[in-house]
Design a protein around this ligand. Structure first.
Ligand SMILES: [Cu+2]
Length: 166
């Protein structure tokens, strides 16, 4: 009888653990629902969400002109997660341009934000995007797609050596 009672309370204990466990994970889900995620529910390190530095890509005056070799400058920006993973595109041209992701981008978020309607209409207009995934992100300008093309290469951070054990 006593053995059966112990078994019974063990079962109740497991049920309590399951209930507590699932509500804790439910809480975590809501807590992090509105933050960007690395995928599979992993949280993005805060220094990736708010990097200390950023990189500017200029859209040069005259970029609408196919015979002008320079438009997005730099045409290939290399950035590092947690260091300078925000890119700000700034237009210096009076003609409207876009920053539009190729559809094969590794980031759905970049495809959605750098859309075909992502126009920089006038001088001084800007578009900023914080990359939270390593990879190569190709983009182009919708009205001038045959010559206005650029890419952002996002590198994973260099792992810090772990401190010596004491
Ligand atoms: Cu353009």
């Amino acid at each position: 009888m006593a053995a059966k009672g112990a078994q019974h309370s063990a079962v109740i204990g497991i049920i309590i653990l399951l209930v507590v466990g699932s509500s804790a994970s439910g809480l975590a889900y809501y807590q992090y629902l509105y933050l960007p995620t690395v995928g599979r529910g992993e949280e993005i390190p805060p220094e990736w969400v708010n990097p200390k530095e950023n990189v500017t890509v200029r859209i040069l005056d005259g970029s609408f002109n196919p015979s002008q070799p320079e438009n997005y400058v730099p045409k290939e920006a290399v950035i590092v997660l947690g260091v300078n993973n925000t890119v700000i595109w700034v237009s210096e041209d009076a003609i409207p341009h876009t920053v539009t992701s190729q559809t094969n981008s590794p980031s759905r978020e970049f495809i959605e934000n750098a859309s075909t309607s992502n126009y920089l209409q006038r001088v001084g207009d800007r578009f900023a995007f914080t990359f939270t995934k390593a990879g190569v992100f190709d983009y182009y300008c919708v009205p001038h797609s045959s010559w206005m093309r650029g890419k952002v290469e996002v590198l994973a951070p260099i792992p810090q050596p772990s401190p010596e054990p004491k």
